[in-house]
Ligand binder design. Structure first.
Ligand code: PEP
Length: 249
């Protein structure tokens, strides 16, 4: 999208040791000069945020969480607040990932509440949406994603520079990706939804694609209209692959 600097975000999910997190962040830092056309973001597990942030020297690579509570503080055993993430060096937080929606029953309403909490704490939310394979086969993909956007994004999402990640559930971790035409159609639909709901801001909301992005397909995907970066799972666990994706912008 003209005027929008792409973002390449690595979702490390629940992988690795502290030592491996430090090594991975250090590997990314060591190769940063390969990436000139995009911002990079690392999203380690909560317990590894500190070592990753310390390895990066906190900048210029962003650090993000993979989830946060919708509540500000208090009696919520096991949860982590948005303010805690900000305090630990995060600038972003991934919300509503399909694994959270599936494993923890997260609804659009909860995701929206989490996004509000994130914005309140000064974090930029990366809200994930995407259809299942059955929904795509039924011809419902665009309607499903439009409904997820309507339900998951709070009113100040675009003004807070919120990011949307389109991640078809069936493409995550499977090695399968939608066709370029399907990605283009979905991102065009998401752009239209955002521009209609957030006039003057939704036109430049960053729209990431996620789902089996790797060095071999990154260049083609990142060149598609309204694709303003990628959310990368598996390939973000190897510094070399992650940097290659960043260099493909
Ligand atoms: C993800 O889960 O955010 C993701 C895109 O995973 P992968 O790249 O491994 O498909």
């Amino acid at each position: 999208t003209p005027g929008v600097r792409p973002l390449i975000a690595g979702n490390w999910k629940m992988n690795g040791t502290l030592r491996e997190a430090a090594a991975l962040a250090e590997g990314v830092r060591a190769g940063l000069d390969r990436v000139t056309g995009a911002d990079l973001l690392l999203c380690p597990p909560f317990l590894h945020l500190h070592v990753a942030a310390a390895s990066m020297g906190w900048k210029p690579v962003g650090i993000g969480g993979q989830d946060c509570s919708a509540e500000a503080n208090g009696a919520h055993t096991g949860d982590v607040s948005a303010a805690m993430l900000a305090d630990a060096g995060c600038g972003y937080v991934i919300l509503g990932h399909s694994e959270r929606r599936a494993d923890h029953g997260e609804t659009d309403g909860l995701v929206q509440a989490k996004a509000r909490a994130a914005i309140e704490a000064g974090l930029i939310p990366i809200v994930c949406v995407g259809e299942t394979e059955a929904q795509r086969d039924a011809g419902e993909a665009e309607a499903v994603v439009a409904a997820q956007l309507a339900g998951s994004l709070p009113p100040d999402f675009a003004s807070a520079r919120g990011v949307v990640a389109y991640e078809p559930v069936w493409a995550i971790g499977t090695g399968r990706t939608p066709t370029e035409a399907d990605i283009t159609a979905m991102h065009g639909r998401m752009r239209a939804e955002l521009a209609a709901r957030f006039p003057g801001q939704g036109e430049t909301t960053r729209l990431l694609y996620g789902g089996s992005v790797k060095p071999s397909n990154a260049q083609a995907i990142l060149a598609l209209p309204n694709v303003d970066g990628a959310l990368v799972g598996g390939a973000s666990l190897k510094a070399d692959d992650f940097l290659a994706i960043g260099a493909a912008v």
